[in-house]
Design a protein around this ligand. Structure first.
Ligand SMILES: [Zn+2]
Length: 275
């Protein structure tokens, strides 16, 4: 019987495992506990949002829900940069109905590579509700491409942090597709190899400061490169405006300088990582 983590326990576990996270305002009290049971908890379920929309769009939907499904739609979100967003704390609409045999296998952590193949889904006669018993994390991607390296890295750390708190093995982490025969998420993720990575992480323990610094440097480098691309586009549009007869000299110089600085900083970071 595992008691769900309190908001403070979530924060403490994520800090201990150096999970990069951000708090959505009011996440500590956002849940659907007024609509059903929350706990005992038995595992973590990995999802994808099914779109490659802006991360901000996914985050808004997770928080508020959709017309057919009230939010929160998970406790955690994971964006392309690998930031874990704390969306809610308590019951959330993510797992829906699934196969009780899978739940049993997760509780016992008794299965081999995969839990038994599910034969139930939301609304089917033998389904059981997973929103009672599973934390959920929505990965912000379509599932038609692999998740980003950073997202996968953070999902493994988040899984390890939650398993470590509860004393679970990696077998308490399943994909939505392993829960319901209607679901295919998370797309392009082999859950056996994902669990092997979580098991390895649990064995290795929380990452050190060096490993974490590397991750942040890589993210900064990608951001700077993206900024360069955007600034080049801005520059091009400004030039068109000039051609059309607008005087934008001051702005133009600034944009060009910023683009060059971003490019140089990205190159500097890349060189430092390779040292
Ligand atoms: Zn799902």
């Amino acid at each position: 019987m595992a008691k769900p983590m309190t908001a403070d326990q979530v924060v403490r576990a994520l800090r201990r495992w150096r999970v990069p996270f951000e708090e959505v305002p009011e996440w500590r009290t956002r849940n659907r506990n007024h609509r059903g049971t929350w706990g005992p908890v038995h595992g973590l379920m990995i999802h994808h949002t099914g779109d490659d929309a802006d991360d901000a769009v996914d985050l808004r939907i997770l928080t508020r829900g959709r017309p057919d499904l009230p939010g929160p739609l998970s406790q955690f979100g994971c964006d392309d940069e690998g930031t874990i967003w704390l969306v809610g704390n308590g019951r959330a609409n993510h797992a829906g109905g699934g196969d009780p045999r899978v739940l049993r296998a997760v509780v016992e952590e008794s299965y081999g590579g995969y839990p038994p193949r599910p034969h139930e889904h939301t609304g089917s006669a033998g389904a059981t509700d997973g929103n009672d018993n599973f934390y959920g994390v929505e990965t912000f991607y379509s599932g038609r491409r692999p998740a980003t390296v950073q997202a996968r890295h953070s999902l493994i750390l988040l899984s390890a942090a939650i398993c470590d708190h509860h004393g679970w093995t990696a077998k308490s982490v399943i994909g939505h597709k392993e829960w319901s025969d209607w679901k295919s998420d998370p797309g392009r993720v082999d859950m056996r190899s994902f669990r092997a990575a979580v098991a390895q992480r649990l064995q290795d323990g929380p990452p050190g400061a060096d490993e974490t610094a590397d991750v942040y440097l890589l993210r900064a480098e990608r951001r700077l490169e993206a900024a360069y691309d955007e600034l080049v586009k801005a520059e091009r549009n400004l030039r068109r405006a000039v051609d059309a007869g607008v005087d934008v000299r001051g702005i133009r110089t600034h944009t060009q300088d910023a683009a060059e600085t971003a490019q140089k900083d990205a190159a500097r970071l890349r060189a430092r990582r390779r040292e």
